[in-house]
Design a protein around this ligand. Structure first.
Ligand SMILES: Nc1nc2c(ncn2[C@@H]2O[C@@H]3COP(=O)(O)O[C@H]4[C@@H](O)[C@H](n5cnc6c(=O)[nH]c(N)nc65)O[C@@H]4COP(=O)(O)O[C@H]3[C@H]2O)c(=O)[nH]1
Length: 794
């Protein structure tokens, strides 16, 4: 491809050069040729003039000689007396003086008396009557005529004594000799051509011995059409001649001269010029070819270098540089190319680093770890040593993020990463797997040493972390899987370490080695998510109701609605097993809509049955992130026409804190519908009572973890008591959940808690059971001696 481009460029340059040079060359060539030919024609024309002058001179010579002869007294007497020897002598002497070829004496009627040739010998000259008659004409002078079929230039003058007694004529033959002398003077070929009245032809020429073909061509040229016109080209014996016809006589016969100038002779002077021109053109062509090659090489070499460099960069080699010594655009391009190469190398390094490292902690990331695990498995397989994968997840990290903000969350993650790294051996690998998950790879470690090291890591991370002047105590759950016992692929080991980590969280053991057979449980959870999507349309959800007792009056005027899922295969599933899944998969909004509608419908049903029962329902953090909930609530309330204050919406403090501002806005809009708001699971999150001051809540539910242990644990009792007091001070009602014993109930009463909820009063019941239970409880309450409003109001 590269060669092709260079060849194309060379050819193009060459073609351009030839295109420019060729017309110049041809114009010059044509002009010189034309000039040569014009010169040839000029020569021909001047030759014709010289030819005419020469004939005229010779005519004058003849006239002079004839006049001398006719004036000679002796001659006249000899003519008058018929003295033939004297006549012959005088004619010969005068003719010989001017080298005449013919001397003739005739009587007055043109009968020949004496006819001599150049040697003075008598010769037959035919009948001169016509010639003499013409000579008698007033303008008579030189005449051209054929005598015995041969052309002559003649002068005929009368002999007077004193009257005419005879005619004397002298002539020059138009022969080879004359032709050659004319050629010498005029510089053109001369051919005399003649044909008498009888059709006999004669030809005399300076051309080198013309053959029959050439002779015929010459006769044709003399006799052919347009012979008197401009010179024309005649091919003779492989040569070309400019040919011009010069007529010498009109009349019946034909006599004239063909004047010719050889074309090759005309061009001969230019031949060397032509050769020089061709030489120059040839040299220019070679020079331009060399120039084109040099130029195209000069242009394509840097381009080729750049193409090579591009290929090299394409293969990931960024080491070389493009060396183009040009101070022009190509040099600039090479410079830019080198810059681009450095930029690509730098960015590739950054991308490679970013692709395999976590931005926040700068630890290797998931991709990096997976690759390292694959490599480590090969090493472990070959060396026959063990390999441990530890999956670490920070417990309730989401709450830190939600309540304290992402900046603090990030700092906590960085600190955890730093501590973990510090607690590991150099050869161990630590990666951030995503979110609050970290993974550790340990090669060649025994199971007991592994546990010991994992516990050390837990202890390191468990040290308090200072954030915003608060000490955060973090727990980490660790799941561990070993090669080869728990798997021999990276994917399997990671999945099993993850399963173990979930088990650790659930069992709150913090540390858990993978237990064979746990995969099924994991898969079960995943399949639940799929099934959950169909739970609402399939009518698989139902609500259980758990009574809340007003402690002062011992009456049950409220229940809490608790969701249950009747799974077609697995039976009743408690909310703890699917609410988190619903939240993670985004199905929770559908569930909440269903619960809200069902609770309001149930409330309206009880109300219609004369049972004035308030119902509490649970909202998730994600519900507070939706601005549609207040509108939905308002629509249902309007539709079922229940008293909004009969409805209590329970939200956890963690849910409120996730996006405090937006949650507050949604809570205010919910509150504006007239419903009651309660904070659920109070005491388990990071917020404090002071945070609650800003919320439009009416009630606070103390988490059952404090209430259940209250009778035995002094600390829990203190927490419950102080929470109740502080909540009352803030004008909030307090509900304690998880009341399982009379002792607890008594304590709560003594703490002046407002309401209690727990198994002691009743377990959550299906709607029908709850209706019956509530009816019975109302009856029982009616039969008891009334407790005064003062007791409840105090
Ligand atoms: N050990 C013990 N437990 C008691 C006692 N009294 C009540 N409980 C249990 O404590 C939970 C109280 O509900 P929660 O704190 O709102 O905690 C609820 C609530 O956070 C969530 N949940 C239940 N229904 C819904 C719902 O419709 N929507 C949402 N978002 N969450 C729900 O599921 C959690 C668990 O609900 P449940 O399994 O029904 O468990 C209920 C109830 O059965 C007792 O004396 N001892």
């Amino acid at each position: 491809m590269r060669i092709k481009f260079r060849a194309r460029l060379s050819l193009l340059l060459l073609a351009l050069f030839v295109l420019v040079q060729l017309p110049t060359f041809f114009a010059f060539y044509y002009a010189t040729r034309q000039s040569a030919l014009t010169q040839a024609q000029t020569r021909l024309a001047s030759g014709a003039r010289v030819f005419a002058d020469l004939l005229s001179t010779r005519g004058a010579q003849l006239l002079d000689a004839v006049q001398i002869t006719t004036a000679d007294f002796g001659f006249k007497q000899a003519v008058a007396t018929g003295d033939t020897p004297t006549i012959h002598s005088v004619l010969y002497n005068q003719g010989h003086r001017i080298s005449a070829d013919l001397m003739v004496l005739t009587d007055l009627d043109g009968r020949v008396v004496a006819g001599l040739d150049a040697g003075g010998r008598s010769m037959p000259v035919g009948d001169w009557a016509t010639l003499v008659a013409h000579a008698d004409a007033p303008a008579a002078g030189t005449t051209m005529t054929l005598i015995n079929g041969r052309p002559y230039q003649l002068v005929i003058v009368p002999v007077r004594a004193p009257t005419r007694i005879a005619w004397v004529g002298m002539g020059f033959a138009l022969d080879d000799k004359l032709a050659h002398s004319l050629k010498d003077l005029a510089g053109v070929e001369v051919t005399f051509v003649a044909r008498d009245a009888g059709g006999q032809r004669w030809l005399s020429s300076t051309l080198p011995a013309p053959g029959d073909t050439e002779r015929q061509a010459l006769f044709d040229a003399a006799a052919g059409p347009g012979r008197a016109a401009q010179p024309r080209m005649l091919a003779l014996g492989g040569q070309e001649y400019f040919t011009q016809w010069q007529p010498l006589q009109g009349g019946d016969g034909m006599l004239g001269a063909l004047l010719q100038f050889s074309r090759s002779q005309a061009l001969a002077t230019y031949r060397s010029l032509e050769h020089e021109l061709l030489l120059i053109a040839g040299l220019s062509l070679i020079a331009s070819l060399a120039g084109a090659l040099w130029l195209s090489r000069n242009v394509t070499r840097p381009v080729s270098q750049l193409a090579d460099a591009a290929r090299r960069i394409g293969h990931g080699d960024y080491l070389g540089t493009v060396e183009v010594q040009h101070n022009d655009e190509l040099g600039e391009l090479a410079h830019a190319f080198n810059g681009m190469q450095r930029g690509i190398a730098r960015r590739e390094q950054q991308i490679a680093h970013a692709a395999f490292h976590d931005n926040l902690t700068a630890l290797p990331n998931r991709a990096s770890l997976q690759q390292a695990l694959v490599d480590a498995l090969v090493r472990a397989g070959n060396a026959g040593h063990t390999l441990a994968v530890l999956m670490l997840d920070v417990d309730r990290f989401k709450e830190i993020n939600d309540t304290m903000g992402h900046a603090i969350g990030d700092r906590v993650l960085v600190e955890i990463g730093r501590r973990l790294r510090a607690g590991l051996r150099d050869e161990d690998m630590l990666a951030r797997f995503g979110g609050d998950e970290f993974v550790v790879l340990m090669e060649g470690i025994a199971a007991d040493e592994l546990v010991q090291r994992a516990e050390q890591l837990l202890a390191t991370v468990g040290e308090p972390i200072l954030a915003e002047a608060m000490e955060l105590f973090l727990d980490v759950s660790v799941g561990m899987a070993l090669f080869p016992e728990h798997g021999d692929t990276a994917e399997e080991l990671l999945r099993r370490a993850d399963i173990a980590m979930y088990d650790a969280k659930e069992s709150r053991s913090q540390l858990q080695l993978y237990r064979p057979g746990r995969d099924a449980e994991h898969l079960y959870r995943l399949s639940l998510v799929n099934d959950l999507r169909r739970a609402v349309p399939n009518g698989e959800l139902l609500l259980y109701y758990q009574p809340k007792m007003q402690l002062c009056s011992r009456r049950v005027v409220n229940v809490e609605a608790l969701l249950r899922w009747r799974h077609p295969q697995h039976g009743i599933i408690p909310p703890d097993d699917f609410i988190a899944l619903a939240e993670h998969s985004g199905i929770i909004r559908t569930l909440t809509d269903w619960v809200l509608h069902e609770v309001i419908r149930q409330c309206a049903e009880w109300s219609a049955a004369g049972m004035d029962i308030g119902i509490a329902l649970n909202l998730s953090a994600m519900d507070l992130g939706s601005g549609e909930l207040p509108d939905l609530l308002a629509r249902h309330l309007a539709h079922y026409r229940i008293d909004p204050s009969q409805l209590v919406l329970e939200v956890t403090e963690t849910a409120v804190m996730r996006d405090a501002l937006y949650s507050l806005e949604v809570l205010n809009r919910l509150k504006a519908c007239g419903v009651m708001l309660a904070i659920d699971d109070f005491g388990t999150g990071y917020s404090s009572l002071s945070h609650l001051k800003r919320l439009p809540v009416d009630e606070l539910k103390i988490d059952k973890s404090f209430v259940m242990g209250m009778a035995e644990d002094e600390d829990d009792a203190v927490i419950v008591r102080s929470t109740i007091e502080l909540a009352h001070n803030m004008g909030l009602k307090v509900v304690a959940e998880g009341v399982e014993t009379e002792a607890a109930m008594e304590m709560l009463r003594s703490f002046r808690c407002d309401s209690a909820q727990g198994y002691l009063i009743s377990r959550p019941m299906a709607a029908a059971d709850a209706t019956r239970w509530l009816a019975a409880a109302t009856e029982e309450f009616a039969s008891r001696p009334a407790t005064g409003p003062a007791e409840c109001g105090a």
